[in-house]
Design a protein around this ligand. Structure first.
Ligand SMILES: [Zn+2]
Length: 616
């Protein structure tokens, strides 16, 4: 009988998700590119054939391409923003303003046609605005053919040539890339500093480069036997001075590569069959760390597979490059001269982005907390496991950083566009830390089991798509049964904070005690109240939040559900059927999963037995 019920429930769930997705659509792109890189002057030329499928219900008469490398020119929006913000990214600072012509980046389109007809277009900073020759009707395809040329800028931010650690080429955001058109229209955002939103599709890239360079890339190498360089077991003699590397990357929204003549290339096949590739400089100071990283990367991959959902590609690459750590399709570029913990930690974060950006591809410019926050949350758990730290709450760093932000007066709502934060620091704490606390705290609100199931169902329903905040919270609602719109709204669209306190504890008669709690800030929360008695007994009193229309399952063996607390009432009274003398302590959210901005009022201790005071 139980099995039957379970399978009925399964059918009902599948139908429900199918119904939800009928109105969802996304555009599709297939790129074929051939690129020639000159490693002497870091200039390159390319051709691009792009088959664009308009799956939207709308007729398109314009399209837009990103030309990211144009950001690395004096006077660009990225340059001006970096030199005028109060706390510039130290990697950028005023460096763009000082680039000479041969150090700058650029990406220029030299010809563009649509199904054979020349198009008129205008280069506007980092965006190419294109008037179409023929509108693309709903359900129709168009093929764009383009010639482009570029110059790789000095490594300043994310991509570039000659990184501080001596990596020759970190090639992200390097090709003319179609902007995303989705249910909110075009997203032709200029490249000012951060965050991306791309179109899903298949990439076929042929890259011709000096034969001594080893290339790490997003896709699968199609011709390892012509290349060697650790992709095949033998060393291969190039026919001329160059190799032409042929990569194919299916179902991605980005294509990135890196190349260096001194890369060491190691491979490791993980337990799930994924082939992990590692590329790092032949530098004695980092070799041991990069060898030891390989097993940890596999452990992390398995952890994320089990706790989110299976990594769907057959390959993942960790390559030394860039200027910190940044996620790309099937690959990350990270700086490599780090201590071991940091090397594994950054790899954990970037690998987790394979799920929270390269599978559940949120529009990062709008919902930066969904990819950075979710990634920070799951990578903290992953690190806690693979580094064998086993902390009870691996997210304390995220909570601390969020508290700092909430108490700083500099907080802006998480709905702020990623470039529009007044301070880089406020962006960072909001996207990464407050975003991670969104999930960690949701575990408190709906229970850890429900949170785990929510993440897995989020993966099942939204992999290879562009989910929105509402898509996520609706899954949490369906999994738990609780109403959670208030949680999404207060946490992500306002700067309301949480502060609950114990106002008063008084003896009502010789057998009962009255506890008065108060809500001192605006954001509502359910309350877990731990009561310890002098008898050694411990009880968890759960106070449901009325607007959730729901009660959490027991998270403690001695679990009592009290009456609901309706948000508008600033205080709440609770009766405990024990004399005051038998109460040793009462604490709001002992687990510290609720992001209470003032914990000073969360604990009551009986005066005579105040061990906490002695222990300070
Ligand atoms: Zn990140």
């Amino acid at each position: 009988m139980k099995k039957l019920l379970l399978s009925l429930a399964f059918v009902a769930t599948s139908l429900a998700s199918a119904q939800n997705n009928t109105s969802y659509w996304q555009q599709h792109v297939d790129y074929k590119m051939e690129v020639n890189m000159n490693v002497e002057n870091f200039q390159y030329t390319g051709t691009q054939e792009l088959e664009y499928t308009n799956n939207s219900p709308d007729t398109l008469d314009r399209v837009f391409y990103h030309l990211y490398f144009n950001a690395f020119q004096p006077g660009s929006e990225m340059d001006v923003r970096s030199t005028s913000i109060q706390d510039p990214d130290r990697r950028v600072g005023d460096r763009i303003s000082k680039l000479t012509e041969d150090q700058q980046g650029y990406l220029r389109v030299s010809s563009l046609n649509q199904d054979g007809n020349e198009l008129s277009y205008e280069e506007v900073g980092t965006i190419l605005e294109v008037e179409l020759d023929e509108p693309i009707l709903p359900g129709e395809k168009a093929t764009f053919n383009m010639e482009f040329k570029g110059q790789v800028p000095e490594q300043i931010r994310r991509s570039g040539r000659n990184s501080l650690e001596g990596v020759a080429l970190s090639m992200s955001q390097w090709f003319p890339k179609m902007a995303e058109y989705d249910f909110e229209g075009w997203h032709a955002a200029p490249y000012i500093g951060r965050e991306f939103h791309g179109v899903w599709g298949d990439f076929d890239v042929k890259l011709t480069i000096d034969k001594d360079y080893t290339v790490a890339a997003s896709g699968y190498l199609q011709n390892p036997d012509e290349i060697g360089h650790g992709y095949s077991d033998e060393e291969i003699e190039a026919k001329g001075d160059t190799h032409t590397w042929h990569f194919v990357a299916p179902k991605v929204h980005d294509f990135t590569w890196a190349a260096d003549p001194d890369y060491i290339h190691d491979k490791r096949t993980a337990e799930d069959g994924t082939v992990l590739h590692f590329f790092y400089k032949d530098n004695d100071e980092i070799k041991e760390n990069w060898k030891n990283l390989q097993e940890k990367t596999e452990d992390l991959l398995i952890f994320f597979n089990e706790n989110i959902g299976p990594y769907p590609w057959d390959q993942y690459t960790v390559a030394q490059g860039g200027d910190g750590g940044m996620e790309y399709a099937m690959l990350t570029l990270i700086t490599g001269e780090r201590n071991f913990g940091s090397l594994v930690g950054v790899t954990a974060h970037e690998l987790a982005h394979a799920w929270f950006q390269h599978l559940m591809a949120t529009n990062e410019s709008k919902h930066e907390w969904m990819d950075e926050g979710f990634t920070s949350y799951i990578s903290s758990r992953g690190m806690n496991q693979v580094m064998e730290t086993y902390a009870e709450n691996p997210h304390t760093g995220s909570y601390r950083s969020y508290m700092g932000l909430a108490n700083s007066g500099m907080e802006q709502p998480q709905t702020t566009q990623a470039d529009r934060y007044a301070l880089n620091a406020a962006y960072g704490a909001s996207a990464y830390s407050k975003g991670a606390v969104f999930l960690a705290q949701l575990g408190y609100v709906i229970g850890e089991d429900n949170l785990d199931k929510t993440l897995k169902r989020y993966y099942d329903e939204w992999k290879f798509k562009h989910p929105t905040p509402n898509d996520f919270i609706r899954i949490a609602e369906k999994v738990s049964g609780a109403e959670l719109d208030w949680y999404l709204n207060d946490w992500t669209r306002t700067t309301n904070t949480i502060d609950y306190g114990i106002k008063e504890v008084t003896e009502t008669d010789e057998n009962s005690t009255k506890v008065t709690l108060e809500r001192k800030k605006l954001m509502p929360m359910p309350i877990d109240l731990t009561v310890r008695y002098t008898t050694g007994e411990e009880e968890m009193i759960y106070i449901p939040l009325q607007i959730m229309r729901w009660e959490k399952y027991a998270e403690h063996e001695n679990w009592t559900v009290a009456k609901d607390w309706a948000w508008a009432y600033p205080t709440y009274e609770l009766n405990i059927d024990k004399p005051l003398s038998e109460i040793e302590s009462i604490e709001i959210d002992e687990s510290q999963r609720m992001a209470d901005v003032n914990r000073d009022n969360n604990l009551y201790t009986a005066e005579e037995t105040s061990e906490e005071e002695e222990q300070e």
